[in-house]
Design a protein around this ligand. Structure first.
Ligand code: GLY
Ligand code: MN
Ligand code: MN
Length: 447
């Protein structure tokens, strides 16, 4: 073989490896134990004295992979069911309490760290203790560690419900007085207050949220990868979404991509609304057959390593926007692009709105009441914790302008998730086309 052929083979090999890597986003992500040790140290530094307690989730969810409580996971990264994490800021100690398990449980679920001699080293925790010693530790340390119990008094959040939504849904549940039993979170608080009435109780969540809102370098690696995976998922769904298919087939095309890349679940129930369903903001039934001439509004994101992504794209099922669809789409797109331009550290929601309004005026675009703004935070929850304004480096937002005309069966939303950088923002989900020409080009490539 001559030298040129060998060089060509090497070149093709290297290009193939590169393409394969970037297509499969093959590198696994996750967090080091040092990440959780740092988070605990930062929290303890701010709390100074007393005892911090976080409860893990109590039972596995049915029909889904187990997902840990966000606040508990944030400080130890453990997925044990029925665990409690205690921190003693004065002593700079962190203790994980785990259930003692039977041989039968171990056969089904494997052993937990109580039976693992390397447990402390693996986690960087000061000690790992059986759950039934939790109260003994609490009673012992309420003297030397201080008498304040720092626990979650605010509502929890979940992957697809913000703290304010969780609170709202609890209130809606309680509309039926047969349903109005106290929540598990409130029961835990009540129980602690009964057992330790001499302690002062303080809500730990304002400090937790001030940490969670700024994403760490390890979280940013996960977010970037999730941005690529979720973008590829929406792109595959757009290729699938043409007349004659059911909305759930479009959902399936996206789900296949995120699951194939290690995401455990969607960040929120996927929204695939065709025709009239494009105007229902959180439509998730996804059961209608898509018709020629329909618009499809898809809102989708995966959850990878406890980090969410949030993308919306809107496209004509038959591959070509009508004049009316094009006009409405252009307004949403220009508002979205102007918001992205405005995003940088120091900017407030009012600043973004002002910038967008001025830009639209200059462009001669009537936004028909669609206002810009800073959207919502994204992180461990799709609607993540705040405070979010003014913007700071390391925050993550979804920008999601939309226009809805139910009388025309026409809803348009364009949404990207962005990371605030030192001097602007990085669009994590930029790989899904959104310019009209690019969308139509992608759709034209469908067989
Ligand atoms: N996917 C829910 C939202 O966009 O807020
Ligand atoms: Mn969304
Ligand atoms: Mn959103």
């Amino acid at each position: 073989m001559n030298k040129r052929i060998i060089l060509r083979i090497i070149f093709i090999f290297l290009v193939s490896v590169f393409l394969l890597q970037s297509y499969t986003f093959a590198q696994r992500t996750g967090y080091t134990k040092e990440e959780f040790m740092r988070r605990r140290a930062v929290l303890m530094e701010q709390v100074q004295d007393g005892i911090i307690v976080f409860f893990g989730n109590a039972i596995p969810q049915s029909g889904a992979h187990f997902r840990q409580d966000n606040d508990f996971y944030y400080f130890c990264g453990r997925e044990d069911v029925n665990a409690i994490l205690m921190m003693l800021p004065r002593m700079k100690q962190s203790i994980l309490f785990l259930p003692q398990t039977s041989e039968r449980e171990d056969r089904f679920h494997g052993i937990n760290l109580l039976k693992d001699p390397g447990g402390r080293k693996k986690t960087g925790l000061s000690s790992i203790q059986p759950l039934d010693l939790f109260d003994e530790y609490l009673a012992r340390w309420t003297g030397r560690a201080g008498k304040t119990l720092h626990i979650r008094l605010s509502p929890r959040d979940t992957v697809d419900n913000a703290r304010y939504e969780y609170k709202l849904f609890q209130a809606r549940k309680n509309r039926i007085f047969y349903n109005d039993q106290i929540s598990l979170d409130n029961y835990r608080v009540k129980k602690l207050k009964e057992r330790y009435p001499y302690c002062e109780f303080k809500d730990i969540i304002p400090i937790v949220d001030s940490m969670r809102v700024i994403k760490t370098p390890e979280e940013i690696v996960v977010l970037r990868r999730n941005g690529k995976i979720s973008a590829e998922a929406v792109k595959q769904a757009m290729l699938k979404g043409k007349p004659g298919v059911y909305e759930y087939e479009i959902e399936a095309a996206a789900m296949a991509v995120i699951l194939r890349h290690g995401a455990r679940r969607f960040a929120y129930p996927p929204i695939v609304g065709s025709g009239p369903n494009s105007c229902i903001l959180h439509y998730a039934e996804n059961s209608r057959m898509v018709e020629d001439g329909d618009i499809i509004l898809m809102d989708f994101g995966g959850e990878l390593d406890y980090m969410c992504m949030d993308i919306s794209r809107t496209w004509p099922t038959n591959g070509k926007f009508t004049e009316e669809q094009r006009e409405v789409y252009t307004i949403a797109l220009e508002v979205q692009k102007a918001s992205i331009e405005a995003y940088r550290p120091g900017v407030t929601s009012a600043d973004v709105r002002k910038y967008v309004a001025e830009k639209m005026k200059k462009m001669g675009i009537n936004t028909r009441g669609q206002r810009g703004g800073i959207g919502h935070g994204v992180g461990m929850a799709t609607h993540d914790v705040g405070p979010m304004s003014p913007l700071r480096e390391g925050m993550v937002f979804a920008i999601e302008p939309g226009l809805y005309y139910p009388e025309k069966n026409l809803g348009v939303r364009i949404e990207d998730t962005v990371l605030i950088t030192k001097d602007g923002c990085e669009v994590l989900t930029k790989d899904v086309p959104k310019e009209i020409a690019d969308v139509e080009k992608l759709l034209a490539s469908r067989k």
